[in-house]
Design a protein around this ligand. Structure first.
Ligand code: IPD
Length: 272
């Protein structure tokens, strides 16, 4: 019996990105279920002024680290609560995770928080998954394959003027009140409305899904935004080169918006 070339070809292997995307989606759901269970009888401690930590943040990050170690031995993980930056080059490959983004909301029973899991290749987000367990929404993106929510492809809006736009202006104590108020005043003066809803990751998902026009924050950490920035760029929006600018190690300015609004919003956020 003769064999054709096709008979002898090995079965196609899923790409490294597809494998990690599938893994991250399943893991994010498990993490969300764990966080929901942990919400009963929650213990909350303080990391600083307006910066809380719950035992659920730690439990979820532990689960992520265990599962990654089992599925991809040798993969590095950077997480909000347990660190790991020191072992990763800024242009390296790693998982960058926020076990619960929107912790202050989670701790006060405000239903706006999520699990954020990203895989960075050569220092840039290549896979991004967010799971919002309260609304049971799963967001996912892989570089070059679009942004998705529960099987529906996401597209950013076409807004191209600040007048009439809605922008979420993220806030933390890492920048002064004066700096924040300056940006808020500039947005209002330009005719934009601003919101602040306490989860940078979900704010970015809103931009990708066309629910708002932009997300900007004077300083945000990489674990809060790694998955979300990929969602925005894969949905046709624009994001500043956050990860090229050392965002993985020290965080920094984030500007993410519809493609047409980007230049104006970046100028507004960097105007001194
Ligand atoms: C915070 C949230 C918030 C953003 C802060 C983050 P956490 O993350 O994303 O919306 O404005 O910069 O630190 O502490 O809830 O994981």
């Amino acid at each position: 019996m003769t064999h054709s070339t096709a008979d002898r070809m090995p079965a196609p292997q899923p790409s490294a990105l597809a494998t990690r995307l599938d893994f991250a989606q399943a893991l994010a759901r498990r993490c969300g279920e764990l966080a929901l269970r942990e919400a009963a009888g929650l213990q909350i401690s303080s990391k600083g002024v307006h910066d809380v930590l719950t035992q659920a943040d730690l439990a979820v990050e532990r689960l992520i680290r265990q599962e990654v170690a089992q599925a991809f031995p040798g993969d590095r993980v950077i997480g909000e609560e347990m660190g790991g930056q020191e072992a990763v080059e800024a242009d390296g490959d790693c998982w960058l995770v926020d076990p619960i983004d929107g912790t202050a909301n989670y701790a006060t029973d405000i239903p706006r928080w999520c699990i954020s899991i990203a895989w960075l290749q050569a220092g840039q987000p290549a896979v991004g998954v967010l799971f919002d367990p309260v609304l049971n929404r799963l967001y996912s993106a892989a570089a070059g394959s679009g942004a998705w929510q529960d099987g529906r492809r996401l597209t950013a809006r076409t807004t191209d003027r600040l007048a009439g736009a809605t922008v979420e202006l993220g806030w933390s104590t890492r920048r002064t009140a004066q700096q924040y108020l300056g940006r808020a005043a500039a947005l209002l003066t330009a005719g934009a409305a601003f919101t602040r809803r306490g989860s940078g990751a979900l704010g970015l998902a809103d931009v990708a899904a066309g629910r708002c026009d932009g997300y900007a924050e004077l300083h945000i950490n990489g674990w809060d935004c790694a998955a979300g920035v990929l969602l925005v760029s894969e949905a046709g929006g624009r994001v500043n080169p956050f990860f090229t600018n050392q965002g993985i190690h020290s965080g920094g300015l984030l500007v993410a918006s519809t493609a047409g609004l980007y230049d104006a919003l970046l100028a507004l956020m960097t105007d001194q």
